[in-house]
Write a protein that binds this ligand. Structure first.
Ligand SMILES: Nc1ncnc2c1ncn2[C@@H]1O[C@H](COP(=O)(O)OP(=O)(O)O)[C@@H](O)[C@H]1O
Ligand SMILES: [Mg+2]
Length: 349
């Protein structure tokens, strides 16, 4: 057995194979602090609510944090920011540990192989991913796993571009970050991240319209579409403007980064967009339109979106972990997986 884990700013997901099915477990990567009382503690202990007690505080963690935050009129807090462990959150590590334990569960055997997603270093901020990646590695090791980081963009290639020999451009639009990877026969040619994603769209829209950020997020997730026909001057209009700006910013950075690599002449590849931020109707078409206008030094055979944008990264991490373990040798879906030697993600620097 092997597992895949997607460690995102907003959501943490695990994927594992059960027979012919891939089973995913998901929790929101957030928590809320409530005052300790014997009553509260007893109530929580009898329920399924994920929580932890520390001194005179109780923390409700994961999906339930949002409900408790609403009831007690509190803000949820997050262990991660811009794709990596938050330096501004003192409780980041114990909280993310609790969420991760719940999501991956116990290893099915000692030192079970587990591939976890890790962003590429962002090109637009001074942050590096080293501390984040190493902290997760030791945390997962303590849980009894044999962990290995996989670049998030590469995980997208594994899950979405099996039918194209793991060749193409994979882009994961998350909450805290956008991760980009160009791969050629399962070998990453270029990878980078930018420290903008859905959170950035929400914050900008909130500032522009004077609407609380949580309200913006729920409008966006509810039934917002990128059709540019509605609501000039309102929240949806502002969301559309910042969405478009995010896409242009990503495309601009792809153009710049590809220029610095020696991309083979005549390269013609598909592009896959995924991640929660790619969910709204119209996203794929808008991205394709803007990409067509850009000066990218290779040609794009088409833009498509993942069937299950929330599951791409966990599922790609699982493909990598399984193929490295040699589990792909079986008959189910063997053609969908890369050869064992090619499957091991590059462990760069
Ligand atoms: N239906 C939706 N429409 C628009 N945005 C969405 C939708 N569902 C989720 N999102 C956004 O997607 C982001 C979370 O996506 P995810 O891929 O889980 O991010 P991360 O990997 O950073 O945790 C958030 O910004 C969230 O608001
Ligand atoms: Mg993610």
């Amino acid at each position: 057995m092997a597992k895949g884990l997607d460690v995102g700013t907003m959501n943490i997901l695990s994927g594992r194979q059960e027979g012919a099915e891939t089973v995913f477990v998901q929790q929101r990567n957030s928590f809320v602090e409530i005052e300790y009382s014997d009553m509260a503690e007893q109530m929580l202990s009898r329920s399924e609510v994920l929580h932890i007690r520390k001194d005179d505080k109780v923390y409700v963690v994961g999906d339930d944090a949002l409900n408790f935050a609403n009831i007690f009129n509190k803000e949820t807090r997050r262990p991660m920011q811009h794709g990596i462990l938050s330096s501004e959150e003192a409780s980041a590590i114990p909280m993310i540990k609790l969420i991760t334990e719940q999501v991956v569960g116990e290893p099915s055997k000692p030192n079970e192989r587990l591939f976890y997603s890790s962003p590429a270093d962002p090109i637009d901020s001074g942050l590096t991913t080293l501390y984040h990646e190493k902290t997760l590695e030791s945390m997962l090791g303590d849980m009894g796993y044999d962990p290995e980081p996989i670049n998030e963009g590469m995980a997208v290639i594994y899950s979405e571009l099996a039918d194209n020999n793991f060749t193409g451009l994979g882009i994961s639009f998350g909450a805290g970050m956008t991760n980009v990877c160009l791969a050629y026969y399962a070998v990453p040619v270029m990878k980078f991240s930018i420290a903008r994603g859905g959170d950035w769209v929400d914050e900008q829209t909130s500032q522009a319209t004077g609407t609380p950020v949580d309200k913006v997020t729920s409008i966006k997730e509810d039934d917002f579409e990128l059709d540019f026909r509605t609501d000039v001057g309102g929240v949806e209009g502002a969301l559309a403007i910042y969405y478009e700006n995010l896409l242009d910013y990503v495309i601009e950075n792809i153009t710049r980064e590809v220029d610095e690599e020696d991309v083979e002449e005549g390269l013609d590849v598909p592009v896959v967009v995924t991640g929660g931020t790619s969910s709204p109707n119209g996203f794929e078409d808008l991205f394709a339109d803007h990409l067509a206008d850009a000066n990218i030094p290779f040609s794009i055979s088409g833009v498509r979106s993942a069937d299950e944008p929330m599951y791409s990264v966990a599922s790609g991490a699982l493909v990598a972990a399984r193929s490295e373990e040699g589990e792909s040798g079986g008959d189910s879906g063997a053609a969908e997986e890369p050869a064992a030697e090619e499957a091991a993600p590059e462990s760069e620097d």
